[in-house]
Design a protein around this ligand. Structure first.
Ligand code: NZQ
Ligand code: ZN
Length: 380
């Protein structure tokens, strides 16, 4: 095993109707709330009105920033931070999926300083203070509700980058699976795929840690059992609950105990698809993961076969494992080739340039330019 530190300060409130304690939780931090949300699902579902009414009744002063887009952009972060500064907010209430909560993490460290949000990604600004974040998660996928990471795009610089600091864990996250019942079919599938990909990134990292490997296999098996059931019954609370719990556990630190790093090369390569073609995050991973395993099977074939055999409960080779994992992603309705996304033109060269520009790499499986070309060739 590799040495590790386990640290997770987020208080998780999980289950049916847990939002009843939202007001008292927010009050711990003050009276002035910055509400951050996405493009409209919270309004359509009625959640926005419900929260707003509650906050007003309890005497909170509320300012708001709506319109965070999926694959969020730094311009929205800066605009929201400006509103937060102007209103001297005490706490951020982030309502949405990964895009909203990730944006809120950068907003939270940007408000106390005058720097643009991107300075945290370049290291020009250090996170020394943060406005506390309380999150209400509406989409099970990223694990952002219980981790410190924020992934934001800067199209002017051609980057989709990650930032994290001990200050950017949400203080509290409210997870009512009922709030995910309205997530459409495609994003439901991408969420299942994303949580599985997080487990794979841990699995292919550095560090021999059998107990943690068992955590990983358990989480993926849960997703492989209840993901397809959920796809067959999108309004089933019980399936939503199991997937929501699995998604949080897939990226809250526990899959990393005993490892010095995960791999994350597939995420790094997938970010180029999102950056250039706005491919949804989970879809970018189901496109790149099978290709990445095929490309690296000469070096990590045993580990791939071990994964496949554990997941499918039979002795499989590396190639059989990759084929079965790819077929599983397809069965959810996820793309496994970029051509499934109907991208116009010939994206290969632009993707290669983006991979060079963003220095795509893994923490374990190192990539050079020839790997980029081979990988793209395998998933186009
Ligand atoms: O914008 P609205 O209208 O709210 O619609 C969203 C969006 O269109 C919709 N949605 C969310 N909750 C809904 C709903 N629609 C109906 N009912 C609901 N209850 O779903 C769409 C996708 O939302 P988004 O937040 O973009 O999805 P997700 O949670 O998958 O987040 C993706 C972002 O997270 C980053 C990704 O790179 C991507 O930018 N990631 C963050 C990570 C982290 N912080 O740890 C790790 C991940 O690997 C990932 O990189
Ligand atoms: Zn992910």
């Amino acid at each position: 095993m590799e040495n590790f530190i386990a640290y997770n300060p987020t208080t998780l409130h999980f289950g049916k109707n847990i939002l009843t304690s939202l007001g008292t939780t927010l009050k711990e931090y003050g009276n002035r709330v910055l509400l951050v949300y996405g493009k409209g699902s919270v309004k359509k579902s009625g959640l926005y009105d419900r929260i707003m009414d509650g906050l007003k009744m309890e005497g909170f002063e509320v300012s708001e920033y709506g319109g965070i887009k999926s694959n969020p952009v730094i311009e929205d972060v800066d605009a929201a931070a400006a509103i937060g500064r102007e209103h001297h907010v005490d706490v951020i209430l982030a309502i949405g999926g990964g895009s909203v909560i990730d944006s809120s993490k950068i907003i939270s460290v940007a408000i106390p300083v005058q720097n643009p949000g991107w300075d945290f990604f370049t290291g020009k600004a250090k996170a020394t203070k943060a406005i506390p974040i309380v999150a209400i998660l509406t989409l099970a996928a990223t694990g952002t509700e219980m981790n410190p990471f924020a992934v934001v795009s800067n199209h002017a610089l051609g980057q989709k980058s990650a930032f994290g600091s001990p200050l950017t864990f949400p203080k509290h996250s409210f997870l009512d699976p009922g709030l995910t019942l309205t997530v459409p079919r495609d994003y439901t599938a991408y969420g299942v795929a994303d949580l599985i990909a997080h487990c794979f990134e841990a699995w292919f990292g550095i560090g021999e840690t059998t107990l943690t490997d068992r955590f990983v296999i358990s989480i993926v098996k849960e997703a492989m059992e209840f993901g397809p059931k959920l796809m067959g019954d999108l309004h089933n609370y019980d399936y939503r609950e199991r997937i929501m719990f699995a998604a949080t556990m897939a990226l809250n630190g526990m899959t990393m105990y005993g490892r010095s790093t995960g791999d994350w090369g597939v995420h790094s390569a997938g970010h180029c698809l999102s950056l250039l073609y706005d491919v949804p995050h989970g879809a970018s991973l189901t496109i790149v993961y099978p290709a990445w395993m095929r490309h690296f099977k000469g070096q990590i074939g045993d580990r791939i076969a071990q994964l496949g055999s554990a997941l499918f409960d039979e002795k499989l080779t590396d190639v059989e494992s990759i084929d079965r994992i790819e077929a599983f992603f397809k069965s959810l309705g996820c793309p496994t080739r970029l051509s499934d996304m109907n991208i116009p033109g010939e994206p290969g060269e632009a993707l290669f340039q983006s991979m060079v520009h963003t220095k795509v790499n893994g923490g374990h499986m190192k990539m050079q330019e020839e790997d980029y070309r081979a990988l793209i060739g395998l998933y186009l």
